[in-house]
Design a binder for this molecule. Structure first.
Ligand code: THU
Length: 132
């Protein structure tokens, strides 16, 4: 993993987080996926008045990448904060991400400090993934 790209992705995740559409929870999440060739795709959580229609930042970042044909996901950066700590991706996002690469790195950024708080592999936090 090119650490310069990770640094850039962290900055982008923190910045794009400001665009989160969160009229209900006020809980902003910014996400950036990094592809094998070092490209970056962004996402934010987009909430809806029909709550179940809300989509997490992680899936929007991934779907933006897939939309332009980039499916080799190496890492995802997630920027947010809850009770002073960076947040892990939800279960649905773990499943969706794991279909593309269970080995990808998950980089958690504390959006208060702007610092990386944790780096794990997806397979460590989502073992025994369902794969059809
Ligand atoms: N959310 C994300 O964007 N990513 C996660 O991993 C956890 C939850 C969003 C969805 C919703 O807009 C808000 O956070 C509260 O659940």
């Amino acid at each position: 993993m090119d650490e310069k790209i990770v640094k850039k992705a962290v900055e982008r995740a923190l910045k794009v987080r400001e665009n989160a559409h969160v009229p209900y929870s006020r809980f902003k999440v910014g996400a950036v996926v990094i592809t094998g060739s070092g490209e970056i795709f962004e996402g934010v959580n987009v909430e809806n008045s029909s709550f179940g229609a809300t989509v997490c930042a992680e899936r929007i970042a991934l779907f933006n990448s897939v939309t332009v044909g980039r499916k080799d996901i190496w890492a995802i950066v997630i920027a947010s904060v809850l009770d002073g700590k960076a947040v892990f991706p939800c279960g649905i996002c773990r499943q969706v991400l794991s279909d593309f690469n269970p080995e990808m790195e998950v980089i958690l950024v504390n959006s208060d400090s702007g610092e990386i708080e944790k780096r794990v592999l997806l397979k460590e936090i989502f073992p025994d993934n369902f794969k059809f």
